[in-house]
Design a protein around this ligand. Sequence first.
Ligand SMILES: [Zn+2]
Length: 373
Amino acid sequence: MRVVQWGSLVVKKILFFVCFLAVVIPFTITWSTGKSEVKMDIDNASEQFDSNKIDIGNMDSVGFLPKVGNTDGSQNKNTGLKKDQKGNQSIDKLIAVINEAEQKLKSDTEDNFLEGNLILVNKWTSLPGVYVPKDMVKVVDENNNVLLRSTKSDIELKKVALEAAINMFKAADQKGIKGLTLVSGYRSYDVQNWLYNNKVKALTDKYEKELAYEKAAEIVAPPGTSEHQTGLVIDITTPELLKSGDPLSSHFGNTVQGKWVYRNSWKYGFVVRYAVDKKDITGIIYEPWHLRYVGAPHAEFMYKNNLCLEEYLDYIKDKKHIKITSENRKLYDIIYSFVPVSADTFTKLFGNQVEYDISGDGQEGYIITITKE
Ligand SMILES: [Zn+2]
């Protein structure tokens, strides 16, 4: 006599078939009503955006709602196509609509990710060759007024960073921390390219070509990966180190000026970007002379919580919304958003009273900073 056992092949096959039906039947039911459900989902999504009062631009105009179409099934009624063919056609259309909307969103916002004080640039997140920051100014103006003590008159910085550096140098001078001097600022993609290729050439005598590129990257930032391309970076030193011929050395961190800068630069919106203990995260060795402008209250928060820019951006992205009370008693709401938020949205929500700033993160989203007195 044959006893049917639960573990036997026949039983396994039956169980498999029952499971298969359990999946396929609901799916088929969903599929037959699927078109209206797709519309509902998208309607809900747009309602959700509305309720958040985030302006996502004109998604309708790229066909997000109407082009999904077929809500009454009219288009396919007399085509004589089999049901699965109709299904495939709808899927193709849906994918095309999604692709189009994504492309539109990308082309609308791509450049914006690269604007603002919080953009991240490192060896893993580079700037494109065409990227030139806006609002650039020279440290010596057209009337030959020296705006900032510098080794060269043609150094350029983003206006916001230059103004912050002027304030910081002034404060240092007043405290008796003398002679802080700017050595370098904005470095274009072309200059980075030239510096990098020169280093590669110099190393090709020693190494195979591929290895030369690798070794060069350890000494000179490959084009697009230098934070100096943002216009938000200053390399500074002291008169003594300038005289020594090695102005940008780790010794700066041990000077009176270097120590003051480390403890106080956040008050002017700067952070010492490459700390000793963050080497593995930033990919750059200790550089006490290299300051990055990120603005208030970000510099204060990063300094007081010992976070480098990579860590800070991850932190905001993870929390979505943080509140900061700064030492000057101002309150800040900081919000991370994957979609751009228009000035109109702010006016609608807050009137003209609100002070806010939006910065791209250089990768995929935006940091919104709202200041409350
Ligand atoms: Zn630097």
